[in-house]
Structures are given as structure tokens and as C-alpha cells.
Design a protein around this ligand. Structure first.
Ligand code: SF4
Ligand code: SF4
Ligand code: SF4
Length: 350
């Protein structure tokens, strides 16, 4: 379809929204509640635009483009509406960006910067000052919540855990967990999906707080080392250490989701308890360090002795849940073809 956006001729496939058409043509429209994987919520109204021939402003996130549409995202009327919404969002909480974990990666900050805010026009007397620190991995800062509703949709529709809802009315509105329980006492499974979709610093990963600013990290795409699903994730690495893990939105099979293990279970990498060399148990029961050659020779000799005395089904192999597909394949080949037993399993349930 051929449309014009701010006087510029653009092309867009049929079935796209104004927001998608603008994004595809490099035109920014402020959004606070829209998230592609959830779809248009059209709650925040920050994406107000003007369309020629239409007396009302339209929300870009849920208005389909039509052939020949003339769209204005930067008209005085559209910008005034966008500013009004962003102004209310800024004014409804305590947005102290300097000390906020989300600074540099915050969609409210981006919108305010784009709209050239120097100050906010409204003053709210009482912020909802409570911080819910009750859960092991997620910090809930109600002061920074802009009530966009993304976490509600994500918890209910993407990971289908049904924990978050919006409770109360008016100034008292806020997100709540189950029957307004502290997050740590609710049925939340700490999958962290809500932290991934939150556009601001209201839901943040505790383990990452104070570890790195967004511009200091390099993102490394990898496969989660836990179970056989093989979720795609992004490691946020600063000075060679992982400071945060998020999910890769474009990757199958998880498409932006992770479970608690994949998102928060990365401490083992830096554990002092990790084995870095094989250990052989001495007769007295104590372990001593050994070379790989010595350890493998010992295991091979013991396997041979057991098979000679009791047959191959007297042994079994369990490969590590963190080994990759190819290593696991080799392990079952070794047991089935070389050692001649089908006693082989994989502990993919870490
Ligand atoms: S949530 Fe965004 S706007 Fe609010 S303090 Fe944090 S970075 Fe600033
Ligand atoms: S961590 Fe997961 S289960 Fe818990 S509230 Fe967030 S999305 Fe729902
Ligand atoms: S916690 Fe975040 S995602 Fe949830 S409503 Fe508030 S701002 Fe939106």
C-alpha cells in the first residue's frame, strides 16, 4: 500500500497498522503499552496521530493503514496529545532516572526525550511509595509503574500464569499479585516475563541491580544450558562477566520467554565449588586431583572389569543436562555401540 507519513511517501504491506508502517519507515511514534508480541492494547494513548479526513486523533498501534492514507505523527495536535499522555505518566510516579536501573533502556525516558520535555506540568502529591522486595529475583517499584498493563497481559496471555492484575481505582490503582499478596508470597513462579516486557524501571531483576548500565554491556546470543527445550537467550556481559540474562525475542522455540532457571540461574558459572579438574577417590574415601588421561584410563579399566564379570547391562550412563546435543549423541553411541548396553539416560530435569 502507498501512504504518506508526515508528507513522506511510504510503502507498507496490507494489514499493517500505522505504527508498524511508521516503524518500518524509520519514523518514531511514542508508545508505552504497545508490545509486538502482545499486540495492541491501545491503553496508554501515547501513539496518537492525525489522519487526513478523520476528525478525531487515532491510536497508531491499532489503526490499520488504508491505501492512500495521509498520516501525521508530528502535527501540532498529534504532538500535543502525545505530550499530554507522556506528561501524565511522568507525573504519576517518582521518576528519578539517575538512580534507576532502567535508565538508558526505558521507553518513558525515550518518549520524554523525543518530545523534548524539560519539566513535567503536573505535580502529584502522594506517590504510591511502596517497594515490594519480597520475591527472590524481582524488585517491584510501584513508584515507577506507569500502569501500562503490559505485565498483566504478559503474565496472563504469554506465560499464562495468571498472577498479575490491576487492582484498586483512580490514584490508588496499582499492579497486584493474586489477592494483592506480596509478590514473594503469591503464586508467581519468577519466570521474569513481566520484567522483560515492563517498559520502565518498575519491574527489575534484583541480581542485576547496580551491576551495569545498559550501554556498558555486550549482548551475547546463546542457548540456555539447562534443559532440552533449547531456549534462546541473550547474555548481558560486562567485563567478561554475565550481569543479566534476557530472552531473545526473535528466537524459537521460546520467542521471548524463559523460565526461572534460564533467566536467573546463572550463578553456577562463577561458583567456587565448580570442578575444574577430575577427582579420583582414594581408598580412604578422600578425593585427589587427577589428569584427564589418568581419570579416563581408570574409568575404562573399571568398565572393562565390570563388563567382563557381570556383562554390559551391569553398567549405565547418565549424561549431563548441560551437555549439548552432539555430546549427548556421542554418549549414547558409546554406551549402545561400544559398551553394548541400552542403559543410557540424560538428566534433562535440572
Ligand atoms: S522508569 Fe524510566 S523514566 Fe522512570 S526513573 Fe526509571 S528510567 Fe527514568
Ligand atoms: S515472574 Fe512470571 S509468573 Fe511471576 S508475575 Fe511475572 S510473569 Fe507472572
Ligand atoms: S509494572 Fe511495568 S509493565 Fe506492569 S503496568 Fe507497571 S509499568 Fe506496565
Amino acid at each position: 500500500m502507498k501512504v504518506t507519513i508526515n508528507g513522506k511517501r511510504c510503502e507498507t504491506p496490507a494489514g499493517k497498522t500505522i505504527l508498524q508502517a511508521a516503524q518500518a519507515n524509520g519514523i518514531y511514534i511514542p508508545t508505552l503499552c504497545y508490545l509486538e508480541k502482545i499486540g495492541a492494547l491501545a491503553k496508554c494513548r501515547a501513539c496518537a496521530v492525525e489522519v487526513k479526513g478523520n476528525p478525531n486523533l487515532l491510536t497508531a498501534c491499532n489503526t490499520p493503514v488504508t491505501e492512500g492514507m495521509e498520516i501525521f505523527t508530528d502535527s501540532d495536535r498529534a504532538v500535543a496529545a502525545q505530550r499530554y499522555v507522556v506528561d501524565l505518566a511522568l507525573s504519576s510516579g517518582n521518576h528519578d532516572c539517575m538512580i534507576c536501573e532502567k535508565s538508558g533502556d526505558c521507553e518513558l525516558q525515550d518518549a520524554a526525550y523525543f518530545l523534548k520535555f524539560e519539566d513535567k506540568d503536573f505535580r502529584r502529591g502522594n506517590y504510591p511509595t511502596d517497594i515490594d522486595d519480597s520475591s527472590p529475583f524481582i524488585r517491584v517499584d510501584h513508584n515507577r509503574c506507569i500502569m501500562c498493563g503490559r505485565c498483566v497481559e504478559a503474565c496472563n496471555r504469554i506465560v499464562v500464569n495468571g498472577v498479575i492484575k490491576i487492582i484498586n481505582r483512580g490514584f490508588d490503582s496499582r499492579i497486584g499479585f493474586d489477592c494483592d499478596d506480596p509478590m514473594g508470597e503469591s503464586s508467581c513462579v519468577q519466570c521474569g516475563e513481566c520484567t522483560q516486557v515492563c517498559p520502565v524501571g518498575a519491574l527489575t531483576n534484583k541480581k542485576s541491580i547496580g551491576k551495569a548500565r545498559v550501554w556498558e554491556v555486550e549482548k551475547v546470543r546463546t542457548t540456555c544450558p539447562y534443559c532440552g527445550v533449547g531456549c534462546q537467550q541473550e547474555l548481558h556481559v560486562k567485563n567478561g562477566r554475565i550481569v543479566k540474562v534476557t530472552s531473545a525475542e526473535d528466537g524459537s522455540p521460546n520467542k521471548g520467554r524463559l523460565c526461572v532457571k534460564g533467566r536467573y540461574g546463572y550463578d553456577f558459572i562463577y561458583s567456587e565449588d565448580r570442578l575444574t579438574t577430575p577427582l579420583i577417590r582414594e581408598k580412604k574415601g578422600e578425593f585427589r586431583e587427577a589428569s584427564w588421561d589418568e581419570a579416563l584410563d581408570l574409568v575404562a579399566k573399571k568398565f572393562k572389569d565390570i563388563i567382563k564379570k557381570h556383562g554390559p547391562d551391569a553398567i549405565a550412563g547418565v549424561s549431563c543436562a548441560r551437555s549439548n546435543n552432539e555430546d549427548s549423541y556421542q554418549m549414547q553411541k558409546l554406551f549402545r555401540s561400544v559398551l553394548k548396553t541400552n542403559n543410557i539416560d540424560h538428566c534433562a530435569r535440572t
